[in-house]
Design a protein around this ligand. Structure first.
Ligand SMILES: *[C@@H]1O[C@H](CO)[C@@H](O)[C@H](O)[C@H]1NC(C)=O
Ligand SMILES: *[C@@H]1O[C@H](CO)[C@@H](O)[C@H](O)[C@H]1NC(C)=O
Ligand SMILES: *[C@@H]1O[C@H](CO)[C@@H](O)[C@H](O)[C@H]1NC(C)=O
Ligand SMILES: *[C@@H]1O[C@H](CO)[C@@H](O)[C@H](O)[C@H]1NC(C)=O
Ligand SMILES: *[C@@H]1O[C@H](CO)[C@@H](O)[C@H](O)[C@H]1NC(C)=O
Ligand SMILES: *[C@@H]1O[C@H](CO)[C@@H](O)[C@H](O)[C@H]1NC(C)=O
Ligand SMILES: *[C@@H]1O[C@H](CO)[C@@H](O)[C@H](O)[C@H]1NC(C)=O
Ligand SMILES: *[C@@H]1O[C@H](CO)[C@@H](O)[C@H](O)[C@H]1NC(C)=O
Ligand SMILES: *[C@@H]1O[C@H](CO)[C@@H](O)[C@H](O)[C@H]1NC(C)=O
Length: 379
């Protein structure tokens, strides 16, 4: 069986009003019966033109395709190998839920599969498993396409990981122009545990997010492991809302604090001096409410750098916190370089905060920090 792009046909379903499009791969096996699609009967060798309306745009596009032959059973199975899918909450796409589209991706696929997710709030928990790399979620804009769930750590019996609305285990995942939300209730003042509520957990390696929104309160973005790029993203929360042990670059992001009194933007968890992990923020903007810390050391080798970023008047002047382990003061790496705005004044910082030189800051605030030249596709 061969899967060639020339054998990919795009069929539209529906009579009169086109309600969706399906991209199917066709095998060269002989067709026993014609395939019925609305009023059309498709035979081996047919050439047909489908006029359809892409669910994402207002403009119509037409497709021509030569119909080879089908084996309807195989066609159904080949739902698994579709290269692109459309998710539409009102039923005009291939699937109504994001998870169904992920489920339809072939395991161990080697080509990028783009899952277009039409505008809408998808109330579901989504898991991209490790055996499904090269998946892209592309939304209709971060204010329009939203994946949302509301688990907190009380509900998952103490497991922060399992609170995530969206979990990405697959490598080479791309998120573009959509939002990830956790809408668990904001924990009451004084409540120490249970309020952890992750919106997005990224465990896969070489994953990138462009123009995405990541919304929560406590533990919004679990930047768990691997090398990641977050570009032009909006990341929101109050307590440790960017945390974990990944090696990440945050470029031109808006870091939006919704802390009422105290909170922390980052809680990096580099646990060993041998870990090449840490968070680099560059050309970002830190706004919102607070007295918020730039970071606290979840583990003694925590590494976080802010460079060339705007910091509004919400930064706790101490800047950083060692999480009660003063022995860690000499092992953490908390750096600042060339930041601007009222929050960037370093005169009240903890003694172990580092004022970095340009060269030092570059260490983790450029694309090489995440080996991006090997895998970030800037087209
Ligand atoms: C539709 O086509 C017009 C003219 O080519 C273009 O200006 C517009 O941006 C298109 N709209 C969408 C949603 O692609
Ligand atoms: C998609 O995100 C990019 C940033 O990566 C932004 O420039 C673009 O305007 C966004 N498009 C939509 C439709 O939101
Ligand atoms: C949490 O524990 C309760 C009671 O043992 C159980 O019903 C529930 O399924 C558990 N939830 C999770 C996410 O493990
Ligand atoms: C977690 O969510 C549940 C359900 O919304 C809520 O009852 C509970 O108070 C929350 N836990 C915390 C610590 O806020
Ligand atoms: C961190 O270093 C420890 C000890 O060398 C190692 O076991 C662990 O896998 C490393 N983790 C990461 C994320 O690099
Ligand atoms: C310092 O930050 C500003 C933005 O505030 C930027 O324009 C400038 O290029 C940065 N300088 C260096 C040396 O990175
Ligand atoms: C405190 O930091 C020191 C120095 O890095 C480290 O060896 C020790 O394990 C840390 N203690 C705790 C409880 O994390
Ligand atoms: C930084 O803060 C200190 C102490 O509040 C103040 O004396 C100093 O003028 C500030 N520097 C700038 C550049 O605002
Ligand atoms: C940050 O902005 C400066 C000034 O515009 C630019 O030179 C630098 O390449 C940017 N850094 C990254 C990692 O995009």
């Amino acid at each position: 069986m061969k899967f060639l792009s020339t054998r990919t046909i795009i069929l539209s379903v529906g009579i009169g009003v086109i309600v969706g499009i399906f991209g199917l791969l066709v095998t060269e096996k002989k067709l026993l019966n014609p395939l019925q699609f609305g009023k059309q009967k498709l035979q081996s060798g047919d050439i047909t033109t489908f006029s359809t309306r892409l669910v994402f745009g207002a403009n119509s596009t037409s497709f021509s395709a030569r119909i080879y032959s089908y084996d309807i059973v195989k066609l159904k199975r080949k739902l698994e190998s579709k290269q692109n899918m459309f998710v539409d909450i009102s039923g005009s796409g291939d699937t109504r839920t994001v998870q169904e589209a992920v489920n339809a991706v072939r395991r161990y696929n080697k080509k990028r599969v783009t899952i277009y997710i039409n505008a809408g709030t998808y109330i579901e928990k989504v898991h991209v498993p490790h055996n499904k790399p090269y998946i892209t979620f592309e939304g209709a804009g971060l204010h329009h396409t939203i994946i949302s769930w509301n688990d907190n750590q009380t509900l998952t019996n103490g497991s922060t990981i399992h609170t995530a609305s969206v979990t990405v285990d697959g490598n080479y995942f791309i998120g573009r122009n959509l939002s990830f939300r956790n809408t668990a209730p904001i924990p009451l003042p004084g409540v120490k545990d249970g309020g952890q509520a992750v919106a997005l957990l990224v465990k896969g390696d070489k994953c990138a997010f462009y123009g995405c929104g990541i919304y929560g309160y406590q533990d919004t973005l679990y930047d768990y492991s691997g090398r990641h790029l977050f570009r032009e993203c909006h990341i929101e929360g109050a307590v440790d809302f960017i945390f974990g042990n990944a090696r990440s670059l945050y470029e031109r992001c808006t870091i939006h604090s919704i802390a009422s009194k105290a909170g922390s933007i980052t809680a990096q968890s580099r646990a060993s001096k041998f870990n090449v992990t840490g968070f680099g923020f560059v050309n970002c903007s830190i706004v919102g409410t607070g007295q918020i810390l730039l970071g606290r050391a979840w583990r003694p080798y925590a590494r976080v750098v802010f460079a060339s970023s705007f910091m509004d008047n919400i930064i706790d002047s101490a800047g950083w916190n060692d999480w009660g382990n003063s022995s860690a003061d000499s092992s953490v790496y908390f750096g600042e370089f060339n930041n601007s705005g009222p929050g960037a004044n370093m005169s009240g910082r903890v003694p172990y905060a580092r004022s970095l030189s340009f060269e030092e800051a570059l260490g983790c605030t450029q694309i090489d920090w995440i080996d991006g030249s090997e895998w970030v596709d800037d087209r």
